[in-house]
Design a protein around this ligand. Structure first.
Ligand code: 7RM
Length: 650
């Protein structure tokens, strides 16, 4: 055994607060005991088969549950179904056509109420439009839209006719769009003139035009009128959505698809390199998102008003705005714009207005709300909320407590949900009526999901830090990377034999709770100690003056790497570098004490709100910044570089 042996990832912090579900919440909850876990542990395939049968309508029943030839999974073979039918027709057929599917609100304040019947009609019409443009089963369709109902309509219309969609987030550049169109060889692009963001119209059509200069596969561009900004329409290629819809029939029977028919591609940029077209198919994906949306959010479909604040351009929007909630027939809020237009309380105004009962957002948003202060939510009646959730990053315990107190009113359970574009749906999360939560822990894998932590040599880690792996296939899992099966095998299934490697670090505490520790690429190595960015960040956020923190390991001549921290203060708060360094040492130990702490107004983030530590590492090591194409606001990096240049390390 080498004397260089080290812990895979050190576990430094400990959190002792616990929150059991209240009797009030349990009284109406779908799951209040371990029965689902017990059932799934006995036979996970039988468990998933039951979910697929109970939660999804099949045209033809499946005859096999799972065909697993690592890394290739086929779920529910022999079965046929249509996703759009499951999201729309079956609810209308059951007499719920008048039920509201979406309360949509535009950023300027315009509103649309869309019932299930209206949504079915519009989707059917648009499916006919797509057919009229020559789109056939298997053809790829690109979608590049703002957060307007037409985004959901377009996705469901594609699903209705078996044309896989590839949604590109509206904030991405023309270059990102053309790369993705070309990789998918899409035939049609659906876009808009523009959309609203922070009080202004951001043009989309010009970016789409630029992209289409180098996308030979695109035959038609459908343009939704939203921004009202001037656009040029290319003769023979471009067509207005409203003109095509005018003459389109609402009669378009949903075509049954094979369970493994490709439902969509969604590109993830990862940290470097060419974006990967993550493939999701029909029966397994729909089962997974319907199941998780029902049980994680403890859905009461008759009374709940669900609001997921993600953009449909991300997997969270696919799974928990479009497919999961609509498959469950629930009423949702969909909002076009930013949380601070016209003021910092816009989200809370919306919660109050529509009586939102379940609210699902990202830790980055919660930390921003902390920065803006508790007075903003306090201006509104948030008593309709009964359950709140998070996704996208680890949530720092202090941010969890703030969310619990100021949004959840101390009464709502919090579901911290871990999952990935690749997993399709939620994998690790509390079941809110059954699980006692701890602030900052995503708790346990859901019934049907199997996780294990391993060390560098693939030994199972029963307690402490390790690499998060999934040991069993699951219905919503990615089926591959479009056009690149080797990369699929290599990225996810090669690091540890027989396991899916998620790329995240995690630790198990003495009670068996899982704590996500961030991407393993970000783990720091200080004097041979492997320290997670998450734990140091959470220690910083536990200081009353700190709203948000990002931490990186930068080269250091004596310790290998040294901890560099970038910190955003809470509104009105003040503190200094020495205080925060000492605070970290006191909270989790001297080994994690940052060498430098920089107080900054902002942090570099991806467009979906995840902190880009790679860029901060570049800044800390004095390098010029490389690729910033996936950055939400590039100017912050210049500011941080200037700050680094004018300071001298001690
Ligand atoms: C849904 C989504 C996936 C990565 C994942 C993690 C991080 C997501 C949590 C989380 C800690 C969470 N898909 N992540 N949720 N980390 N706790 N609850 O975000 O493909 O865009 O990102 O996000 O690192 O691997 S994603």
């Amino acid at each position: 055994m080498s004397d260089e042996q080290h812990d895979t990832i050190d576990a430094l912090s400990s959190e002792n607060r616990t929150f059991a579900p209240s009797d009030d919440f349990k009284a109406t909850s779908l799951v209040v005991d371990t029965s689902l876990y017990d059932e799934a542990n006995t036979n996970d395939e039988a468990f998933w088969a039951r979910q697929a049968t109970e939660l999804v309508d099949w045209e033809q029943e499946f005859d096999t549950v799972l065909d697993w030839q690592l890394p290739d999974a086929k779920w529910f073979e022999g079965g046929t179904l249509n996703v759009s039918y499951n999201c729309l027709d079956r609810h209308v057929a059951a007499g719920r056509g008048d039920k509201v599917a979406f309360h949509w609100e535009g950023e300027p304040g315009d509103k649309r109420t869309i019932t299930y019947q209206a949504l079915l009609d519009e989707v059917s019409q648009f499916a006919n439009v797509l057919k009229g443009l020559g789109v056939k089963k298997g053809d790829r369709v690109n979608i590049y839209l703002p957060m307007i109902p037409e985004a959901a309509v377009a996705m469901l219309a594609c699903a209705r006719i078996g044309a896989p969609h590839s949604v590109v987030f509206g904030g991405f550049s023309s270059q990102s769009l053309s790369d993705r169109i070309n990789d998918a060889e899409a035939k049609v692009l659906i876009t808009a003139d523009g959309g609203y963001r922070r009080g202004e119209v951001f043009p989309l059509k010009p970016a789409a035009d630029e992209a289409c200069e180098s996308t030979p596969s695109i035959e038609h561009v459908v343009v939704v009128r939203r921004g009202g900004n001037d656009v040029t329409m290319v003769d023979g290629r471009d067509v207005w959505y409203h003109e095509l819809m005018e003459g389109a029939s609402t009669d378009c029977p949903a075509e049954p698809m094979e369970a493994e028919h490709l439902l969509f591609l969604l590109y993830t940029s990862g940290t470097t390199g060419k974006p990967k077209g993550i493939m999701h198919t029909t029966g397994g994906y729909l089962t997974h998102v319907t199941y998780t949306h029902k049980y994680v959010f403890d859905l009461q479909p008759e009374t709940d008003v669900f609001w997921c604040t993600a953009d449909v351009g991300w997997i969270t929007g696919h799974s928990y705005i479009v497919y999961g909630p609509l498959s469950n027939g629930c009423t949702q809020v969909m909002y076009e714009g930013v949380p601070n237009y016209p003021a910092n309380d816009r989200f809370w105004e919306i919660v109050e207005e529509y009586g939102v009962t379940i609210f699902y957002t990202a830790p980055t948003a919660i930390r921003t709300f902390m920065k803006w202060g508790a007075d903003e939510p306090a201006k509104h009646d948030l008593s309709s909320l009964r359950l709140i959730g998070t996704v996208g990053e680890p949530i720092n315990p202090e941010a969890w407590m703030w969310y619990h107190e100021h949004i959840g009113g101390g009464r709502c359970p919090i579901v911290d949900t871990w999952w990935q574009t690749e997993t399709g749906g939620i994998m690790i999360s509390p079941l809110p009526g059954a699980t006692t939560t701890k602030p900052g822990s995503a708790t346990f894998p859901l019934p049907g999901v199997s996780t294990e932590l391993v060390d560098d040599d693939a030994n199972v880690v029963p307690v402490g830090g390790g690499y998060l792996t999934l040991t069993r296939p699951w219905p919503g899992m990615l089926r591959g990377i479009w056009g690149d099966p080797e990369r699929y095998q290599e990225t996810y299934w090669s690091r540890f034999p027989d396991r899916y490697f998620a790329g995240d670090g995690a630790k198990l505490d003495d009670d068996g709770y899982l704590w996500l520790l961030g991407r393993v690429d970000d783990v720091m190595n200080v004097s041979g100690h492997r320290i997670s960015t998450t734990e140091v960040e959470s220690a910083l956020v536990s200081h009353p003056s700190v709203a948000e923190a990002a931490v990186v390991g930068a080269n250091d001549p004596t310790t290998g790497q040294a901890v560099f921290a970038y910190v955003i203060l809470r509104g009105g708060a003040d503190t200094d570098e020495a205080t925060l360094r000492a605070h970290v040492a006191e909270e989790i130990g001297a080994i994690a004490r940052p060498k430098r702490v920089f107080i900054t107004p902002d942090l570099p983030k991806t467009r979906s709100g995840k902190i880009m530590r790679r860029l901060l590492r570049d800044v800390a090591e004095g390098r010029n910044i490389g690729d910033t194409t996936t950055l939400a606001d590039a100017s912050i990096v210049d500011e941080l570089q200037a700050k680094a240049a004018e300071s001298t390390a001690d």
